[in-house]
Design a protein around this ligand. Structure first.
Ligand code: 5GP
Length: 204
């Protein structure tokens, strides 16, 4: 049975990374896809763990060889999802989560129409700004660019199946865990998981 594919999208500062980490800790059956990026590692980030950090020529070469399922330029850097790896994981039945932007989400839906899209919203734009400044890892210039981008990103919320407003972390985490559990109960999944049950129902 193929794995479920989850796409989690949010403007930066909405708490997406914390929520996804919380989900992975709660549900070890979900694995994270490690994207390629051309941005510099932040303090504490390690190649192969948060991202595969590559330079622009390497990124372009991989892209031109058709290695990416999707790619996008976000805040002046390139990001991409590995095509072969993801297809293998889904075919092997592993539930996999992509933390990607709305442009990537649109491209992934074309190859995986059953992917479950989850959009995480911050409580408000004001709250988003104070979270981004509080993080202290990016310069003012970067933060201002991200705030501008956030509004544009949030306009794509309607393209997603589920919307989680991250007012309170614990509640939002329960919501995300709930979405994953619900996705596993979709008819097509249950039909494949319990074939005899459904064969019995389909008999005259
Ligand atoms: P950050 O640099 O803060 O880790 O991520 C910046 C943005 O890039 C986030 O919106 C994140 O979702 C997006 N992103 C990360 N990896 C990918 C990817 O593989 N593809 C796409 N399209 N976006 C990504």
């Amino acid at each position: 049975m193929p794995g479920n594919l989850f796409i989690v999208t949010a403007p930066s500062g909405a708490g997406k990374t914390t929520l996804v980490r919380g989900l992975l800790a709660r549900d070890p059956q979900v694995q994270l896809s490690i994207s390629f990026t051309t941005r510099d590692p932040r303090p504490g980030e390690r190649d192969g763990r948060e991202y595969r950090f590559v330079d622009v020529p390497t990124f372009r070469a991989l892209r031109d060889r058709g290695e990416f399922l999707e790619w996008a330029e976000v805040h002046g850097n390139y990001y991409a999802t590995s095509k072969v790896w993801l297809k293998e994981q889904i075919a092997a039945g592993r539930d996999t989560l992509l933390e990607i932007d709305w442009q990537g989400a649109q491209q992934v839906r074309k190859s995986f129409p059953d992917a479950v899209g989850v959009f995480i919203l911050p409580p408000s734009l004001d709250e988003l700004e104070s979270r981004l400044r509080g993080r202290g890892t990016d310069s003012d210039d970067v933060i201002n660019r991200r705030l501008l981008g956030a509004r544009g990103e949030m306009r794509h919320v309607a393209e997603f199946d589920y919307v989680i407003i991250n007012n309170e972390l614990q509640v939002a985490l329960e919501d995300l865990v709930g979405v994953v559990r619900a996705a596993r109960l979709r008819y097509a999944n249950q039909h494949q998981r319990h074939p005899q049950y459904f064969e019995f129902l389909e008999q005259d």
